[in-house]
Design a protein around this ligand. Structure first.
Ligand code: ATP
Length: 239
């Protein structure tokens, strides 16, 4: 099922001042894949995501998207090229309505008909957002805001969607719903890189996984094999 390499991270190093948070990381995401980056708190997952999307500068290594280095490129440029991010903490515009937030996601596009039909698709995937279309985003629950953040990213019609801990801080029912939706979005053909602390849930829906520990990738493989690997289970799945 794996197509061409869309995103390739090589020997990535990122530091905060003198503290090396990411110490030489390699991984790739191929067209059509759902790849998950798992690992405990502080492992460097969010730092890696921020480096990919240009929110943090990198000290060494390279990040290639569609075969070209995107080192130093800003978020705007990347979204235009089809690399969209759902940030940790969602970052929805709380004083705008749901519809306005979704329109913001499409700001790089000019195809009115396409935008309208994608908005209908987002509403079909997230009926809750349709019910609340004219409500201010800040009045919605955390789970609903997470769905809005995902919907907003989808409005840019991304080739690759990066998601940073979408299940964080949500109720168990909402966590179920979020993983279901991530799986559905992937099934619709969107390539996904999913950062998660919830390793078992992430591996259940992923094609492949990478484990990150103290700034390094320590394990990787097919998600199904990782789920049944005793080492992974002992270290990350609470067994
Ligand atoms: P989490 O699940 O908590 O987001 P993570 O795997 O995403 O964890 P990072 O947030 O990338 O981990 O953090 C990696 C390391 O970098 C940690 O040791 C963290 O304390 C450190 N760090 C993160 N942000 C900063 C910052 N702004 N300044 C200094 N150190 C930081």
């Amino acid at each position: 099922s794996a197509g061409e390499v869309l995103l390739k991270v090589s020997n990535l190093k990122v530091a905060y001042g003198g503290i090396q948070a990411v110490k030489g990381v390699d991984f790739e995401v191929r067209e059509g894949e759902l790849v998950t980056l798992i690992g405990s708190n502080g492992a460097g997952k969010t730092t890696t995501m921020k480096a990919i999307t240009g929110l943090l500068g990198i000290n060494d290594g390279d990040i290639q998207y569609l075969g070209k280095s995107i080192r130093g490129k800003g978020a705007w440029d990347l979204v235009k090229q089809g690399l969209a991010m759902v940030p940790e903490g969602r970052g929805v515009f709380t004083r705008m309505t749901i519809v306005e937030n979704l329109q913001m996601g499409a700001h790089i596009r000019t195809d009115k008909d396409g935008i309208a039909s994608d908005m209908e698709k987002v509403f079909a995937t997230f009926p809750r957002l349709k019910e609340r279309a004219m409500q201010l985003a800040g009045t919605m629950s955390g789970g609903e805001q997470q769905m809005l953040a995902m919907g907003r990213a989808l409005m840019s019609r991304p080739k690759v969607l990066l998601m940073d801990e979408p299940s964080m801080g949500l109720s168990p029912i909402m966590v179920d719903k979020i993983f279901e939706v991530v799986r559905d979005v992937h099934a619709q053909g969107v390539t996904i890189l999913l950062v998660e602390q919830n390793a078992s849930r992430a591996l259940e829906i992923a094609d492949r996984g990478y484990v990150m520990e103290s700034g390094l990738i320590t394990m990787s493989g097919e998600a199904k094999q990782m789920l049944s690997d005793p080492k992974v289970r002992a270290a990350y799945l609470g067994e």
